[in-house]
Design a protein around this ligand. Sequence first.
Ligand code: KG4
Ligand code: ZN
Length: 340
Amino acid sequence: SGDPLVLGIETSCDETGVALVRGDELLVDAVASSMDEHARYGGIIPEVASRAHLEAMVPTIQRAVGQADVDLSEVDAIAVTAGPGLVGPLTIGAAAAKSLAVALGKPLYGVNHVVGHAAVDQLVDGPFPDRVMALVVSGGHSSLLLVDDIATSVTELGSTLDDAAGEAFDKVGRLLGLPYPGGPHIDRLAREGDPTAIRFPRGLTARKDQEKHAYDFSFSGLKTAVARWVETRQDAGEAFSLEDVAASFAESVADVLTAKTIAACERHGVDTLVIGGGFSANSQLRDMARARCAEAGIDVRIPPIRFCTDNGAMIAALGSAVVRAGVAPSSLDIGVDSSM
Ligand code: KG4
Ligand code: ZN
């Protein structure tokens, strides 16, 4: 087709992602992860991630270009994650993207990682309708985005005031003695438990919070409530079901995410919801969002998990939309923005 060929580079956390997209068609998506190196520390170590990006960057670019069977000279534009994320890792990706842009004489586009998590859905489920809501949930972010145009008009209606959803799962996982990252382990336990066994708090849903924080999230109070509940039982030498704790905790997170997202859809007259980010793998969130959205007449789009975790396709997809919208390229001296 006549659409530009866009190369996307993602390095905001522990995944080195490089992808090629033409229009809304994904040609290749190559990814290298340093997660194995972080797992033994129980969290991402920025220095370790930066070094891993530096080592993986050129091979991953070569792998992407080789698999797509294109020549680098055919690339029309370079898109790169400018933020949010870890400064060191972002800097490695930006340096690679700038070098390519200069060497190839092609325009550079610095794009937003969280918006990329929504944009990638277009590669899978086709172009967005006029207005969509996007819930982006991962270990690093929990954001609710109103998308009028993915390239030019995205409004953040709310985000987490403290822990991201995945981060809360990982912290609760640690206190329950589960391996890092705890999210998938809690999910597995939760599927065997009773989600109504314990009534944990629903963050920022009280009437007094609704005005100011209608679409914001807070999960740190919930995490503390789970810790207290478990400690109380342990101190008393009382047995309890780990499965019930996991299920009740996961229920609280899914309930708040889903309720606030659907309220936002109704408030803004939106009937398509995109869910992205690595936490979208969570069973309770998926099931609850599907069931409640069906009732509310909202169409739910959740890309396959490999497009929900960090990857280059999301950045190439957003870059492709931005280039086609005629947005001016970024300056070659753009910096990175950890809190974009
Ligand atoms: O998007 P992602 O791969 O990396 C970040 O950008 O954070 O998301 C990973 C996060 C981790 O916190 C992980 O524990 C969580 O998502 N996660 C899950 C599940 N799968 C991944 N949390 C709950 N249930 C899951 N099934
Ligand atoms: Zn992400």
